[in-house]
Design a protein around this ligand. Structure first.
Ligand code: NAI
Ligand code: SOE
Length: 373
């Protein structure tokens, strides 16, 4: 008979989009992965009692609550998952870390570098995760593997865009308020592109950026951001993130050119990675459209047979699965609060460059993805 698994009681703060994505991951991880822990969806905490109850029933949460402070101090809670607007990440995470809880937190980690530093320091005492879920897209994990194997050679160009089309008519929600979001397209979208760039291509050494707000007074955050960057490996990068790319839905794309080849990925075609290999016979050179559904591709053997595509929600399940495995083996996990602090440093440099109209140097080591160590 196999030994009983340790149960982890989870409290999730937030009942919105990510509340659903995380609930699904907590529910599914044990179905697809050999989870070393039994996860119990113990308390879901939000602000709207009625919809909370409905959500708790739908997603299998035992209890509901509306006071996050009381929840994070409960002795019977092992894990606190922060899925609230950005301004609450720090207070909830700091209180939970103080109470010794395992910490899961949404991106962007914080409202400022100063806040992110305090959070990262507190989180070093407990196991922790930041939900930079795109790292676990199989095609992106494959891109990482190919780069680590040197299949791109020396990297020259890193180019990323993150395009959405909220446009002018979607004001009012927390995402458009500096007091709750901290920033606009920058923290919401660019943070993902920067996290991936640091993971795939290493440290950014300097940057020059421009932030733009198109919508007048109702909105006090950036709608769009453009960024030029130099990486420590000698490559140069360009990034664009916008909520005004009318016609684009969730167009999270990167393209990397090296001396031996090229990689291209777009989230709207999540199961595919394009790989151009200069080593191919000249007669057949061209981008390989790799359907990253196995065999031999990251994560996919946990889901369906080759060719049976997976979706957005699986990235959260795979993130959680990797974290639980690392937790059981007492191994480091990425992306963690320290990784997200590096992203936050880049975001702060973007703001300062945009305000001063200058290039900003980032101190050596400040933006190196921890996973590169
Ligand atoms: P949402 O607006 O759908 O949900 C936010 C939730 O927080 C709501 O349920 C609200 O009731 C709850 N909340 C607000 N104040 C609260 C309080 N005082 N106590 C308890 N609950 C409170 O927002 P969404 O899209 O779920 O975003 C949440 C976080 O997740 C943000 O930090 C966002 O940047 C991040 N996010 C990350 C994504 C990813 O790809 N990793 C995707 C979407 C969002
Ligand atoms: C915004 O529309 C959003 O949901 C971001 O908050 C997420 O981080 C991004 O993954 C998808 O877009």
């Amino acid at each position: 008979m196999s030994a009983a698994k340790t149960t982890l009681n989870i409290a999730m703060i937030g009942q919105g989009f990510m509340g659903r994505a995380h609930s699904n991951a907590f529910h599914q991880v044990g179905h697809f992965f050999d989870s070393p822990f039994e996860l119990r969806r113990k308390v879901i905490c939000g602000r709207n009692r009625e919809s909370l109850q409905a959500m708790a029933s739908r997603w299998g949460w035992d209890e509901t609550a509306t006071d996050w402070q009381a929840v994070v101090e409960r002795k019977d809670i092992d894990v606190v998952d922060v899925a609230t607007p950005n301004n609450l990440h720090a207070p909830v995470a700091l209180a939970a870390a103080k109470a010794g809880k395992i910490l899961l937190c949404e991106k962007p980690l914080a409202m400022s570098v100063e806040e992110a530093e305090r959070m990262a320091e507190a989180a070093r005492k407990v196991p922790n995760v930041v939900w930079f879920n795109y790292r676990r897209v199989p095609a992106i994990a494959l891109a990482k593997r190919l780069m680590e194997e040197g299949r791109l050679g020396q990297v020259y160009h890193y180019r990323a865009v993150y395009l959405q089309s909220w446009g002018p008519e979607r004001a009012g929600v927390w995402r458009f308020k500096r007091s709750e979001a901290g920033s606009g397209a920058m923290g919401d979208l660019l943070s993902h592109s920067i996290d991936l760039a640091l993971m795939l291509n290493g440290e950014i050494s300097e940057l020059s950026a421009m932030l733009q707000t198109f919508a007048p007074p109702t909105r006090d955050v950036d709608d769009a951001v453009l960024l030029l960057a130099r990486f420590s490996n000698g490559s140069i990068g360009s990034f664009e993130a916008t909520r005004y790319a009318i016609g684009r839905k969730n167009y999270n794309q990167f393209e990397i050119h090296g001396s031996k080849g090229m990689l291209r990925f777009n989230l709207e075609d999540l199961n595919r990675l394009e790989f151009y290999d200069c080593g191919d016979q000249q007669a057949v050179q061209g981008g390989h459209q790799v359907l990253v559904t196995g065999p031999g591709h990251p994560y996919v053997d946990r889901y369906w047979p080759p060719g049976h595509i997976i979706g957005y929600e699986h990235t959260f399940t795979s993130t959680l699965a990797d974290f639980l495995e690392a937790l059981a083996k007492k191994q480091p996990f990425h992306a963690n609060f320290d990784d997200a602090l590096q992203v936050q440093r880049v975001l702060e440099a973007v703001e300062s460059s945009s305000a001063d109209g200058r290039w900003v140097r980032l101190g050596k080591g400040t933006t190196r993805g921890r996973s590169e160590e």
